[in-house]
Design a protein around this ligand. Sequence first.
Ligand SMILES: CC/C=C\CC/C=C/CC(=O)SCCNC(=O)CCNC(=O)[C@H](O)C(C)(C)COP(=O)(O)OP(=O)(O)OC[C@H]1O[C@@H](n2cnc3c(N)ncnc32)[C@H](O)[C@@H]1OP(=O)(O)O
Length: 292
Amino acid sequence: IQALQISENKIIKTKMLSRACFRQFSASIRRMSSTNIVETNIDSGTGFATVTLSQPPVNSLDKNLLTAITDRFKKLSDDSSVTGAILTSKFDGKVFSAGLNIVDMFQKSDDHLGEFWGMVQEWYLTIQGFPKPLVSAINGHAPTGGCAMALMSDYRVMVEGKTIGLNETLLGIVAPFFFADLMIAAVGRRHAEFALNNGYLYTSDEALKIGLVDEVVNLDQVVPTALKILTKMTKTPQPAYQVCKNFLRKETMDTLRNDRAGDIAHFVGFVQQPNVQKAIGGYLQALKQRKK
Ligand SMILES: CC/C=C\CC/C=C/CC(=O)SCCNC(=O)CCNC(=O)[C@H](O)C(C)(C)COP(=O)(O)OP(=O)(O)OC[C@H]1O[C@@H](n2cnc3c(N)ncnc32)[C@H](O)[C@@H]1OP(=O)(O)O
């Protein structure tokens, strides 16, 4: 009985302690004025921002989401209280991001496509150029542009049992050169050629084997593991970290920066081809019918 009373007291004390910790923790979390499709919380103790993509049903990157993510990362770059960031999804256990919104590429005017691609470029240049440590907590599937977005971070923690890859060719489209370079940087040319040419979608474990992701863990551990590695990364002297990151990524970003109009024209010309439109339309239909 005495032992039971002691352990009951311990439980009560532990509960009081964890409530106090929670109060302390929640007091130190600042919610940035966010759009509801990109929620952002900043821990004022550590300076870590958690950016949670929250556009139902699958975080497909349409004009709204691309703009919201880009604006968010620009603000986090400029905010000197922010030391690093985690990128994750609200739809945990399901989807990190379904990549670019396919509807934005189907039966659209040249102007629509051009504006859309300009936003894709800005989204890439902003996240890839984010000067602070960035860890992706990939808590669901990450095909095509979802994979590219994860590749723009500095470290990738992925949930077990999902898929990731630049599988554009399966849709009859091609990953742009700046997506391809992200893949080459992560896995090397041999794996990247195989992956892109064949539109290969990797399971989490396969992705770990080729270095497409850095760790595979169970769902509960995705964000805590990401936080652990972010803590380590932010201990590196930051001016050195930023200079190094910029120097390693600059070449491909400059290639795009130097000819954004040419890249837009290439995208519009490619996507407007009748056979490409036919492939995108067929793919969209197949996606909708999958559930039936
Ligand atoms: C020179 C350069 C030229 C061209 C470059 C073009 C580059 C493109 C890069 C891209 O990112 S293309 C995007 C391609 N994305 C995909 O192939 C992913 C497709 N989606 C999926 O595989 C699955 O949805 C999922 C595994 C991500 C999630 O599966 P699940 O949870 O079962 O959801 P549903 O499939 O039922 O989807 C729900 C809902 O959302 C619609 N949807 C899914 N993905 C997209 C998307 N990327 N864009 C627009 N809409 C999408 C799907 O059709 C469902 O709609 P309902 O109306 O039927 O509910």
